[in-house]
Design a protein around this ligand. Sequence first.
Ligand SMILES: Nc1nc2c(ncn2[C@@H]2O[C@H](COP(=O)(O)OP(=O)(O)OP(=O)(O)O)[C@@H](O)[C@H]2O)c(=O)[nH]1
Ligand SMILES: [Mg+2]
Length: 253
Amino acid sequence: MSINIILFGETGVGKSSVVNLIAGRTVAEVSPDVEGCTLQSKEYKFDVGSTRVSIWDTVGLEEPEMGVNGYIPAIEKAWLLIKRLREAGGVDLLLFCIRGNRVTMTTQSNYRLFYEVLCGQQVPIALVITHLEREVDMEDWWTRNYKSIEKYGIKCAGHACVTGIPDNRGPEGKYWKSQRAILSLLQQHDGSGRYTMPEGDWLARIIKGLKLFTGDKVGIPKGKNLQKALVKRCGLDAEAAQKILETMTDNDN
Ligand SMILES: Nc1nc2c(ncn2[C@@H]2O[C@H](COP(=O)(O)OP(=O)(O)OP(=O)(O)O)[C@@H](O)[C@H]2O)c(=O)[nH]1
Ligand SMILES: [Mg+2]
């Protein structure tokens, strides 16, 4: 069996620590401060029991809106990600990593970017809430906060309340409980509904969808300029780039 996961969230929320929780050992480097660009991803592959796990650890939006300068780099990163996802056969599960403080507009934007734009609402999404080692019972966070999550229109198929900080307390400790909580999310998915689509169509949808976060600002490349950027930055040939633009316009009708 195998499971393909996109793990996403803002920089520093604890994504790498969550990868290590799932793996049960250090496979991802935990970083105090690394700059990331929206949709930049790093792939991890390892086995958990008899399941082959592939995780794309992916940077989300840092703010509810995206600046003009972030638009083309995000398209470039999206292109790399979807090519890899297609090689792997598609996506089974989205894991949305947030820090256990307030749910914000950025949380909502990231939900929309990954659940709606990247995966067309076709992939189940589960929330992983980190930084909960101070809770007496980590699940209490959920009881207190699930209403504000619903208020932002975030629907999820499951959740895990965790800490990414090892405590060496074995099964009694919160780290072990965190591990169990996440692995049980993974076990609910059997790899039968893997989501994928032709890469050109997929990219076209993402390019359009990213506009939700830039608004119609001056400076967002369109038409010929966008085509040029796709050739230069994503390495597409001119025809493929043109086709993507056409797909985007077709969908407008
Ligand atoms: N207190 C606490 N610290 C955590 C937790 N998870 C991660 N950290 C710390 O937060 C920092 C960032 O953790 P990472 O796992 O590297 O976060 P990330 O989302 O992968 O960060 P980037 O890769 O930079 O986007 C590190 O110093 C971690 O040790 C947690 O649950 N509780
Ligand atoms: Mg990381």
